[in-house]
Design a binder for this molecule. Sequence first.
Ligand code: HEC
Length: 113
Amino acid sequence: MFRSILPALALAALALPATAQAGGKELFGEQKCTKCHTVKSEGIAATEEKEKIVDLSGTGKDHDVAWFKSWLMKEAEMDSKVKKGEKVKHKQKFKGSPADLDAIAAWLKTLTK
Ligand code: HEC
């Protein structure tokens, strides 16, 4: 139930053109990205204690929106920042809707700090 109410509240509270960003940030939690990631620049903490938590602060400087979408669908590869010398695809395929994918990719692009 919260899944549908939270983004609606966030959008209503903002009611600004920046709604895509708010949506993306909400989705980051809803899609459980925080099982493996923090975004320290946004004050987003991990929800699980894991050895390998990857911080995504500043990731918007490294990639464009199309790449984020492709990466999240396990299509794009990159040089691993964790396992040096290896080409990797993402750990898991995005499970949200195409609109959710757009929103989350647009939000990732805003992470430039
Ligand atoms: C099961 C763990 C796991 C989950 C869940 C997960 N990721 Fe990741 N993600 C990783 C790992 C590990 C890497 C680092 C890959 C590497 O460098 O080898 C990564 C890398 C990334 C990168 C690339 C960062 C860079 O260094 O360029 C982005 C962007 C990203 N994840 C976004 C997301 C988003 C958005 C979600 C939620 C929809 C998500 N991840 C969910 C494990 C996860």
